[in-house]
Design a protein. Structure first.
Length: 237
């Protein structure tokens, strides 16, 4: 039986984390599946830590805020050290739907893919939350650049709903970017010769709290992610 872990990075998610965790555990009981969970509390300044402790949610508490890259890598280190077969990134804000985990891990279980991305944009008819207009434009531009650099089209370049096998778990446990982790790691994985696939998922709008990506960072984000993709894409692996 495959060991499967959901990695949930959480920074100031007091409004969402308990509901997210209960949604996962209730689904597992109902469908008779086993998904382990590890919440990475990324130095939250609200009551995230206390909520996790009071509800016995498996949690790693980081002393300082490392940012999304550091938090997620902590989860991959945990997955690697505990010999998990599949690790799935899963947001703590209520945007991801646990019902799609089965669909995301299917290509890995069939040995068809090493990294699978849950995508909002493969099927244009898929409903659900698609992000803001400015971010959708940014995602399309990043997709265009990745296609040029990697000769492979990735539609949902910033999706944090991703699953990977043991090989990628080890790769990410050893090296994971602090900033722009999703598009950068996607480029790295493709350039190293691993198989990357997208599957259609629906996502919801954030339940509460505030996203770590602020609107005023958008221009800075795009310039730096473009430069990072070009640098990573031209490395020899």
């Amino acid at each position: 039986m495959n060991k499967i872990l959901l990695i949930i990075p959480a920074y100031n998610e007091e409004e969402n984390i308990l509901k997210t965790y209960k949604t996962i555990t209730n689904y597992c009981k109902r469908e008779k599946v086993k998904y382990d969970v590890i919440v990475i509390n990324d130095g939250s300044t609200d009551d995230t830590k206390e909520i996790c402790e009071n509800n016995k949610i498996p949690t790693i508490n980081l002393i300082n805020n490392l940012g999304i890259g550091g938090a997620v890598q902590t989860g991959y280190k945990y997955a690697f050290q505990n010999n998990y077969d599949i690790a799935i990134q899963f947001d703590g804000d209520g945007q991801h739907d646990v019902r799609y985990v089965e669909k995301i891990i299917a290509p890995i279980l069939k040995k068809e893919s090493d990294l699978v991305i849950g995508s909002r944009f493969i099927d244009k008819n898929t409903d659900g939350f698609k992000s803001t207009l400015s971010r959708r434009i940014g995602i399309k531009l990043i997709s265009w650049l990745i296609n040029i650099v990697c000769k492979k089209r990735i539609f949902d370049t910033t999706s944090g709903f991703r699953a990977c096998n043991k090989k990628i778990i080890e790769e990410f446990a050893n090296s994971y970017p602090v900033e722009y982790p999703e598009p950068i790691t996607t480029v790295e994985v493709i350039k190293k010769g691993y198989n990357v696939k997208e599957v259609t998922v629906k996502m919801a709008e954030r339940i509460g709290g505030e996203s770590s990506i602020k609107a005023w960072k958008s221009v800075y984000y795009m310039i730096n992610v473009f430069l990072s993709i070009i640098i990573v894409g031209t490395r020899r692996y």
